[in-house]
Ligand binder design. Structure first.
Ligand code: BLA
Length: 504
């Protein structure tokens, strides 16, 4: 590792971001015991709303402070849900009051409620959006439409659809931005930019804003003494201040405000809608809920379309496989049946080349290495324990020739029996790709002389050539190959039985 042990990147995973004891300065926070109504926490700026200071408020009754509302709040808020917000007017200013219960505290947050929109008109627009999203099935189109819609609706300078890969690195797959901004489409960001506890919290919260990156967060005071000794859990709070590391990250990007919404597919974080504004920006609670709703519509549409595409592929592979079996059962020429004519073994996967090795004879279809090289490859693959080999990076497993790397960086190989004389093999070619990261991915953090970790300063494009890798093998391809192997084994067995009978 480039860094000393104590400041390894995993430290970022340890920051307890849900109990940092601060809120963003546009909001106000009060918390009380739900049974006694005694106020146990409040934010230091609370005196701006009520003509009382922190000392007077802590320990007093919430029912004395929010006289009209408290009964309502306490009636409606239950232990899991957030109460629907109440509008408040204090000194001629409109606010929204949002309450929830978490870890034994009734948490009340108050935030400014500026330029409320006509709720009916808004509803109409939302319905239009849902209809629009429902009408597309292509994943990329869906992302593009969603990015445009969110930009239209909430007017951030830049809206990105950000997708996580299997290592939690991320890529900007769609973008809507103001014309003068540089495009970030296709840029990658390392997993450490969003550590795992942040992703986890995020999955729970769904949508979140940072209204003003430059504003100083406001501390929370506790009745019990030092808040740090008995911190309040802000996991589902609306106004929770962000980790200073993330704030520094956004400052390094010159971002002034953000909105982030979780794209969830079957309970997992698929990606984010990441919105950036280059000055402060506060979207109110109702707007955030709309954004959450839109993101949910997008997420479910995404899951549906993925399931449909998969189903179509699975069906197609099954139909082709039965054609193959039918063909082979006619003349029992497995080599020819699998590699010649209209349907071949190539068609049940997305591979570009395939080979069958049977009775010491090879037949190929599509773009493959030479027969000699295929033999050599099978000798290599045979050495392992498995009778199914799946790799999208052959040169990572074996030292291979340039030609093998070129035609067969991706290999899906099934041995037909334990003796490993006979095999079905599919190939995918090497896909040389230039991957562009936002900053050097090897150095996602800087460490100062006090061993303090900070995010990287530069997000300048950093290109890396990626070689030796093919497209991945999808589960449906592996399943189709396995099913074909079963079919072929049965055919061989039948053939053997019949030959035996003829001999008698
Ligand atoms: C949080 N980092 C985040 C979040 C995003 C990113 C979206 C969640 C923000 C939120 O909840 O409001 C990262 N934002 C991005 C990326 C893009 C973007 C990749 O717009 C791309 C366009 N961050 C670092 C390093 C550390 C780190 C090195 O870069 C740790 C040492 C930490 N990021 C970090 C933490 C959080 C975070 C702790 C949680 C912030 C919080 O919710 O308090």
């Amino acid at each position: 590792s480039l860094y000393p042990q104590e400041v390894s990147l995993t430290n970022c995973d340890k920051e307890p971001i849900h109990i940092l004891g601060k809120i963003q300065s546009h909001g106000y926070l009060l918390a009380c015991d739900p049974a006694s109504y005694k106020i146990t926490y409040c934010s230091e700026n609370i005196d701006q709303l009520f003509n009382k200071n922190v000392e007077e408020i802590l320990g007093s009754q919430i029912t004395d402070l929010l006289t009209n509302l408290t009964a309502e709040i306490l009636k409606t808020v239950d232990s899991s849900e957030k109460m629907s917000p109440e509008q408040l007017h204090i000194n001629g200013v409109s606010y929204l009051l949002i309450a929830h219960i978490n870890e034994g505290n009734l948490v009340i947050e108050i935030e400014p409620f500026e330029n409320p929109r006509d709720p009916f008109k808004y509803q109409d627009q939302l319905s239009e959006v849902v209809a629009k999203l429902n009408s597309v099935t292509d994943e990329q189109k869906m992302c593009d439409i969603t990015a445009d819609l969110i930009k239209d609706f909430f007017d951030y300078d830049r809206v990105m659809i950000y997708r996580f890969d299997e290592n939690w690195d991320g890529i900007v797959v769609s973008e809507a931005r103001e014309g003068h901004l540089e495009s970030w489409l296709g840029l990658r960001y390392p997993a450490s930019d969003i550590p795992q506890q942040a992703r986890k919290l995020f999955l729970r919260q769904g949508v979140r804003i940072i209204a003003d990156v430059k504003s100083e967060p406001v501390s929370i005071q506790a009745l019990s003494g030092d808040e740090c000794d008995n911190p309040i859990d802000l996991s589902i709070s609306e106004t929770r201040a962000s980790s200073p590391i993330h704030i520094e990250y956004l400052e390094n990007m010159n971002v002034g405000a953000t909105l982030t919404a979780a794209i969830i597919s079957k309970g997992n974080l698929w990606g984010l809608i990441a919105c950036h504004h280059y000055s402060p920006k506060l979207v109110n609670y109702y707007q955030r809920q709309s954004c959450k709703f839109l993101t949910q519509v997008f997420s479910s549409q995404l899951v549906l379309s993925k399931a449909n595409v998969l189903l179509q592929k699975v069906n197609r592979a099954a139909v082709l496989r039965s054609k193959l079996v039918e063909k082979i059962s006619k003349d029992w020429n497995i080599h020819k049946g699998l590699t010649k004519g209209e349907a071949t073994m190539l068609d049940i996967t997305e591979a570009t080349g395939a080979a069958v090795m049977l009775d010491d004879r090879i037949a190929t279809v599509g773009k493959t290495p030479s027969e000699e090289e295929i033999c050599g490859l099978v000798m290599l693959l045979k050495q392992g324990k498995e009778d199914l080999i799946v790799t999208a990076n052959l040169s990572e497993r074996h030292k291979v020739s340039d030609s093998l790397k070129f035609y067969a960086s991706g290999v899906l190989c099934l041995f037909l029996s334990a003796a490993k004389k006979n095999a079905l093999i599919w190939f995918k070619p090497e896909k040389i790709e230039t991957v562009t990261w936002a900053g050097n991915p090897e150095k996602p953090v800087a460490v100062d002389e006090n061993q303090r970790i900070s995010p990287r300063k530069s997000f300048d494009k950093w290109s890396v050539e990626q070689s030796g890798k093919s497209d991945p093998w999808y589960d449906y391809e592996i399943a189709a190959a396995k099913a074909l192997k079963e079919n072929i084994s049965e055919i061989i067995l039948e053939k053997y039985e019949e030959v035996k009978e003829l001999n008698i």
